[in-house]
Design a protein around this ligand. Structure first.
Ligand code: FE2
Length: 380
């Protein structure tokens, strides 16, 4: 449970344009700053099927904050809340609402990762440091990325504990069934007007990533709202960061709505992979997760567009799961409504059946669904 297994990570084909001065083994964890970590942990367990793993707070000697670690297969979330007024976490929550602060990347050498990235222009978040307890040591370092989001490099080969020094096992009675979520497929950042290329260049120059696919605003626009998106990926293809910026449409771009409510750039969605999207989405829906719906008309001609698929169409239609195909296969995907009060962060569920793309063919249907939501919020 505590350590991620390198060999069983699903590997897409390598991204040949990327450089490997910064080998990334996978996503180590995603940390959210939230108003109430205890209740957030309950939400991710009850609704999403994450399992309780570790805890740090007053009982472990912390004075000013508390963190709960929950995990489902290779997806590990850290939920952190402040215990006292003032300070960085309160300020982050006041500005952004609940949101993703850290996308932590699993590396072989945290000090080298810091050196390589800061030499290439990354702004340091914190210098390499070592945390130790009776289970060994974890080495960490950190750099800033878009908005107030940061990357923490985690080197944990010499650690046998449950998560990290400072945490203890959290083993409550309540352990709801997992919902079949396996790993983080991609993490999407929203950045401001005309900032997409700047941040793509950051990932290229500072992290050695290369661009996978690009869309322009003609690809991803509806009558009203538009965005532009590029997907940056590391050398072994395990880390994929699409970056979106708003584009001009007749009405407000959904990316602009995000930027307005998040007060800056930040993580828009996490895409979580499953091997059986019908079972996963059925379980999530039964447990209270709300998804965007698509018009029934979407399913009338979808098979003409994507060709034959293994699944029968009826449950996909009933659940609102979208289908798209590229040269290498197809994918099934669905998006939640925002999972917070502000229309900011949401979660995508994705099942890849060969396809390595991101559902471009669904964007129009999807954006129309998002616009209906924006309309109801009066922010279109
Ligand atoms: Fe996505």
């Amino acid at each position: 449970m505590a350590t991620l297994d390198k060999t069983s990570l699903k590997l897409p084909k390598e991204n040949p344009g990327a450089e490997d001065f910064l080998p990334l083994l996978g996503t180590d964890y995603v940390e959210l700053y939230v108003g109430n970590a205890k209740q957030a942990a309950y939400y991710y367990m009850a609704a999403w099927g994450f399992q309780p793993v570790a805890y740090a707070g007053l009982e472990t000697g912390l004075k000013d904050k508390v963190s709960y670690v929950v995990q489902q297969d290779k997806i590990r979330l850290v939920l952190t809340s402040p215990l006292v007024p003032g300070g960085e976490i309160n300020r982050h929550i006041e500005t952004h609402g609940d949101g993703v602060k850290v996308i932590a990347l699993w590396v072989d050498d945290a000090a080298k990762s810091f050196r390589e990235t800061t030499q290439r222009g990354a702004k340091p978040y914190f210098e390499p440091r070592i945390l130790e307890d009776e289970h060994g040591e974890v080495k960490l370092s950190g750099i800033h990325t878009y908005g107030e989001t940061v990357h923490v490099f985690v080197e944990r080969s010499a650690y046998k504990g449950v998560f990290m020094p400072g945490y203890r096992v959290w083993n409550p009675f309540y352990k709801p069934e997992p919902t079949g979520l396996k790993y983080i497929d991609h993490m999407v950042g929203n950045v401001g007007w005309n900032e997409m290329n700047k941040w793509c260049e950051f990932y290229a120059k500072v992290m050695g990533f290369a661009q996978l696919v690009s869309f322009d605003d003609k690809d991803i626009s509806t009558e009203y709202t538009a965005l532009m998106s590029k997907v940056m990926s590391n050398g072994n293809g395990r880390i994929k960061f699409p970056i979106n910026e708003p584009a001009e449409g007749r009405k407000k771009s959904q990316i602009e709505e995000y930027i307005d409510f998040y007060h800056g750039a930040g993580v828009q969605h996490m895409a979580l992979a499953t091997d059986n999207i019908i079972e996963t989405v059925t379980a999530l829906r039964n447990r209270g997760v709300e998804f965007l719906t698509v018009p029934a008309a979407y399913y009338e001609d979808v098979l003409e567009r994507v060709g034959e698929i293994d699944e029968s169409l009826e449950p996909l239609k009933e659940l609102g799961i979208l289908i798209d195909r590229d040269e290498e296969g197809y994918l099934l995907q669905i998006f939640t409504k925002p999972i917070l009060d502000r229309p900011t962060l949401f979660i995508e569920i994705i099942q890849r059946k060969g396809a390595r793309s991101f559902g471009k063919g669904n964007f129009k249907a999807l954006f129309e669904a998002i616009e209906r939501e924006q309309e109801s919020r009066g922010t279109l």
